[in-house]
Ligand binder design. Structure first.
Ligand SMILES: C[S@@+](CC[C@H](N)C(=O)[O-])C[C@H]1O[C@@H](n2cnc3c(N)ncnc32)[C@H](O)[C@@H]1O
Length: 354
């Protein structure tokens, strides 16, 4: 038996909202960029102070509907842009009034419940997982990528220890028919032989596919760099993460370029030009017990933040550090002879993405 949740009854609660509000101090007024508008939970709280404005971004077109209510209520203090946050530094705005840029990574429960999106292993529908501005879906990955690429994706982004066996079974299964959500769940269960696990057998595979399809690693790395370029000195960047890969990237970004002294006094101190952030709190802030009881998905959330204190930097060492993840995200397609889609569709896909 697996631990599962009943999605129908779940509601979206903004995670770590009080802690986020206390660190970005919106009381003093200013403009904030909410890079992950979602259901608007963070934006709404910040807009409670009439001296604040929000520029909200979300890659999911469904956020546009929610943003319309905000535009009506808050008028000139609110603007929504449907785009990916990796391009946040392309926004045309008066940078000097910008106080903070916030990210609440991952997806809302409404998106997980949305059967069209096919994010959940509990749904019976199509494998999809495209959240907006993607070229390929999870269906494309599972039904057309070669065995070694599928193995790499599942292992790297899901830490799925049985990735090799699952990839092999996927290749065999799809000789018979296209694989959809419940076929994939069945394949994974057959590898685990329904042994009891604390989490659902499919959790890691679905996480890996979602990260790959939405290029979440390059989005986060480029989103952090773009935010740094956009925010003026003194401004804050705050990020809520939900899994260890995301947290590792955010932690490295803030710590590597911050004033924190090196762990050993025998190591050379960082050059002053490389100190880009003031990091008031070295550890991540976590939800308290009460929040986890009220909103169980918050249990894996971590909030990290830093204030920008210097301009200009080349972030090549940041990208180099996570090259092993970026390489898997950019894995080349290998055309499988047995794949049933037309060659035209496939070659178009290849040329559009790579
Ligand atoms: C956890 S939800 C945010 C919830 C929001 N803080 C609230 O209180 O309602 C994350 C949102 O970020 C969006 N998102 C994820 N990755 C994104 C990206 N790379 N660019 C833009 N939006 C993204 C998702 O579509 C989703 O709506």
């Amino acid at each position: 038996m697996n631990a599962t949740i009943k999605l129908e009854n779940e509601k979206h609660f903004p995670v770590l909202l009080d802690k986020l509000i206390s660190i970005i101090s919106p009381l003093y007024g200013g403009t904030f960029i909410d890079c992950t508008f979602g259901q608007g939970g963070y934006s709404k709280k910040i807009l409670e102070n009439k001296h604040n404005s929000i520029i909200a971004i979300d890659r999911d077109i469904k956020s546009l509907e929610i943003s319309k209510h905000f535009e009506k209520t808050y008028k000139k203090r609110f603007k929504f842009i449907n785009q990916k946050f990796s391009q946040v530094n392309n926004l045309e705005l008066n940078k000097s009034i910008l106080k903070g840029i916030i990210f609440d990574l991952g997806y809302s429960i409404n998106q997980i419940k949305d059967s069209e999106k096919g994010l959940s292993f509990l749904h019976k529908g199509k494998l999809n997982m495209k959240m907006g501005f993607n070229k390929i879906s999870a269906h494309d990955v599972i039904n057309s990528f070669d065995q070694s690429s599928i193995n790499k994706i599942l292992y790297t982004f899901g830490d799925e220890k049985k990735s090799k066996y699952i990839a092999k079974k996927i290749i065999n299964f799809r000789k018979l028919k296209h694989i959809e959500t419940q076929d994939l769940v069945g394949i994974i269960d057959s590898v685990y032989k329904n042994k009891f696990k604390k989490i659902h057998n499919s959790t890691k595979v679905f996480q890996a596919l979602r990260i790959f399809v939405n290029k979440e690693i390059s989005e986060l790395i480029n989103g952090l760099i773009s935010s740094f370029k956009l925010i003026p000195k003194g401004g804050i960047i705050a990020v809520v993460t939900f899994h260890s890969i995301e947290d590792k990237i955010v932690k490295y970004f803030f710590h590597h370029y911050s004033q924190n002294k090196n762990s050993s006094r025998y190591l050379p101190q960082k050059e002053i030009k490389n100190i880009l952030f003031n990091l008031p709190f070295k550890k991540a802030l976590l939800p308290d017990k009460q929040e986890v009881i009220k909103n169980p998905p918050s249990r894996s959330a971590k909030l990290r933040y830093a204030f920008k204190i210097n301009e200009h930097h080349n972030f090549s060492d940041f990208k180099k550090k996570f090259k092993y993840l970026l390489d898997v995200e950019n894995i080349k397609l290998f055309y499988e002879k047995n794949y049933c889609h037309s060659a035209n569709y496939f070659f178009n896909t290849i040329y559009n993405i790579y």
